[in-house]
Design a protein around this ligand. Sequence first.
Ligand code: CO
Length: 163
Amino acid sequence: MRKIRKYGENILRKRAEEVKNIDDKIRKLIKSMKETLVSVKGIGLAANQVGVLKRIFIAYDKERENLITVINPEIVDKKEIEMDLEGCLSFPEIYFSISRNKIVTVKGINEDGKEIIIDGKDLLARCFQHEIDHLNGILIIDYATEEEKKYYKEKLRKLTTNS
Ligand code: CO
């Protein structure tokens, strides 16, 4: 179980580095990220959020009830656009309306070092796009309107003053 970094912490704004080889350190990191995501009942977690600048995310696939680990992820195909409310473990109790692709194909490597190609739709597709944003230092607030930011002003202020 690792501490989840909240909005206001600098590491969330940094670009994560590509993983060159999957060693014990990376395997341990993945294991702890999975434990953290399960314990908070989250849908997705990027390595930046646990304080590590490596291009890794974990996604929970609700339909198949399993955890997906993607290392060095890349979106290779995307279709359709859908607007929906989106949250983030780094922004507790805050939801912004964000337009995302409804269907995406992600390419990357799994924890065994094998190349994987995964199709995601709806929530899973949204999660893939959200987590890849994290690895590039992009956060949900970057998509928010001034009205939304105003609405959550107090919660956002508390987050940034606590960190
Ligand atoms: Co997030």
